[in-house]
Design a protein around this ligand. Structure first.
Ligand code: VGL
Length: 222
């Protein structure tokens, strides 16, 4: 429809959740996810667009203690990664995260892997979900690392909380410790109600690819 721009159609608030784009999950990191560099460059464009459209940006981070049952050294599954205060735990500089992005910290408990951003909290100590509710954000665009762990668990928790979820398929990458894990994760999140857009390239395209009855504008109602 002419003049009916997705950016200005107003229905409800949208937020962008960038999951765990930290050095240890990127090239050269302790748990480098194949394809992470592509994710970083694609996400940088989504971030610019979100900033331009007042879409609140959340960036989750794994923030593990040095001793946690999550790590192989203490009976867990993974090499040590994203240890609090280390370079590996820093956000990838190439991501160009905006300064007003809200950092969601998770994985601090030594007994829990903390895969989901919904286990995390804001710098003020508020839960991620409480912050979303406070802002009236009902639709989350989700991307980042890794498809088969933190992205998957974050998406499932978002859906359980009743949020609409669009997964940006061109800005995710998986570990695939067992081949097919990421593909299976995608099947599962779709079955649970996530909308997955492949190669949307922009939030506007992602938004308009939804069926009209599911469409949610990027901008808050005014
Ligand atoms: C993650 C494996 C281990 C993730 C975290 O961020 O998806 N994957 N810990």
């Amino acid at each position: 429809m002419k003049g009916d721009n997705a950016m200005t159609r107003k229905t409800t608030h949208a937020g962008l959740l960038i999951v765990d784009v930290q050095n240890d999950f990127c090239a050269g990191g302790a748990l480098a996810v194949p394809g992470s560099e592509q994710v970083v460059s694609t996400l940088s464009r989504y971030i610019e667009e979100a900033v331009a459209n007042d879409v609140r940006i959340y960036a989750s981070r794994d923030w593990h203690p040095a001793v946690t049952r999550h790590f192989k050294t203490h009976g867990g599954e993974w090499p040590a990664h994203c240890v609090q205060g280390t370079d590996g735990a820093r956000f990838r500089a190439a991501l160009h995260l905006s300064s007003d992005a809200v950092v969601i910290t998770k994985g601090e408990h030594p007994d829990s892997p903390g895969y989901s951003a919904f286990e995390g909290h804001t710098p003020e100590g508020q839960s991620f979900l409480a912050d979303l509710r406070e802002r009236g954000i009902e639709h989350l665009y989700i991307a980042g690392l890794a498809t088969d762990y933190c992205v998957k668990h974050s998406v499932l928790d978002a859906l359980s909380a009743g949020l609409k979820v669009t997964v940006l398929g061109d800005a995710i990458a998986g570990v695939d410790a067992t081949p097919g894990d990421s593909a299976r994760a995608m099947v599962e999140i779709r079955e649970k109600g996530a909308h997955v857009v492949a190669g949307a390239g922009s939030l506007t395209n992602a938004a308009t690819s939804l069926a009209p009855e599911r469409f949610v504008g990027l901008r808050p109602p005014s």
